[in-house]
Ligand binder design. Sequence first.
Ligand SMILES: NC(=O)c1ccc[n+]([C@@H]2O[C@H](COP(=O)([O-])OP(=O)(O)OC[C@H]3O[C@@H](n4cnc5c(N)ncnc54)[C@H](OP(=O)(O)O)[C@@H]3O)[C@@H](O)[C@H]2O)c1
Length: 384
Amino acid sequence: MTAIAVTGVTGRLGSLVARRLADSGATLRLVARDPSRVQPIGDAVVAAATYDDAAAFEAAVSGASTLLLVSATESDTRVADHITAIDAAIAAGVERIVYISFQGAAPDATFTFARDHWHTEQHLKSTGIAHTILRDNNYLAYVPALVDRADGVIRGPAGEGRFAPVSHEDIADVAAAVLSNDELLANETRDITGPQALSLNDVARTLTARTGRTITYEPQTRDEAFASRAHYGAPQWMVEGWVSSYEAIATGELGTVSDTVETVTGHPPTSLEQYLDAQPEALAGLFAHAEAADAAIEKPSRWRKQLTDHLGHRIDTTSGPTTSTFRFGDGFALATDTEAGLRLEAEAATGDRLAQIQDVVSRHLERFAHRHEISISWGPSPSR
Ligand SMILES: NC(=O)c1ccc[n+]([C@@H]2O[C@H](COP(=O)([O-])OP(=O)(O)OC[C@H]3O[C@@H](n4cnc5c(N)ncnc54)[C@H](OP(=O)(O)O)[C@@H]3O)[C@@H](O)[C@H]2O)c1
């Protein structure tokens, strides 16, 4: 059986695709810069290669008929590295390449990193090899990271524009389907987006509701955006990429919603709300008392005392083994795995805030209800 070679397997997207392909019984070659960091998947072969090393890449994908090329981390040699990898794959006998690109890829794309994708796409097409180009919108996983954790503000020159962020899981579903079927999206270029075009004000509203902290969006000018990022000391091309990622929202280049996820996988794409329901840990660090909560989590005895002193309510629950952490604007809940099962303890302010926290915790715990019996008791901390 011919194999499918998958790159990026030490990262989020590549590992999700590899897992899906393995579950469907595919023979895999997992290509990684550092094979020691690859999570073993069945009897999949692991091979070492970077994109810029033609000989290593050719050897790594040799024996594969299809390749998933996950785009490289942004760098000033990214296009050249992609071209090296594509040519090496063709030299190795690979017959089809699926490339993870970015929505709006164009030679003059506002988002400068999307220009890299266009140049890579052009090279891929020019070789004549069978291909599919999957142009992702922004990843949902990175949406909470748009917020400045110090003051809860999203800052960028995105104007009143919109984008349609998509989950890694949905992209992986599409990519795995395409890699498993030579006919599917053959020689096509498709956008992959979430279900809605969101403004950064929409994002701020959702994150406010989820965290209890007031999160806002402040549009910047281009000059303000460069100035506010100057302290990172990053190279100019990188800062240009960061700033222009917002400008591409402003221009509408990321605002078109596509139906690719639904038509290819049969399920609708995940919304921001659904994503946060499924992965509440994505909100870690966004809560007003995140630092206190982080410190407290490291020292459970200290946090119990600190929060018991500071707040007035306690939540206890038991269920089966799993781990989750919930933090709130003026309190947080911590779920820990113990042999005795899941114990959730949360402490929070009174009145409306407590009711809000009860609601969020209850909704999150419902996720486990099919597996575990869950009981929650609310009331004043016994130590007060
Ligand atoms: N749509 C978006 O919002 C968005 C945001 C950020 C990035 N991206 C792009 O989407 C890609 C996949 O996203 P992700 O979230 O899965 O990223 P990720 O978790 O950082 O994984 C990137 C993977 O690509 C590998 N890689 C990077 N540069 C490479 C190179 N020159 N040669 C060989 N392997 C290389 C990495 O290997 P190591 O583990 O050795 O580093 C890692 O396995 C990123 O690499 C980036 O190009 C998209």
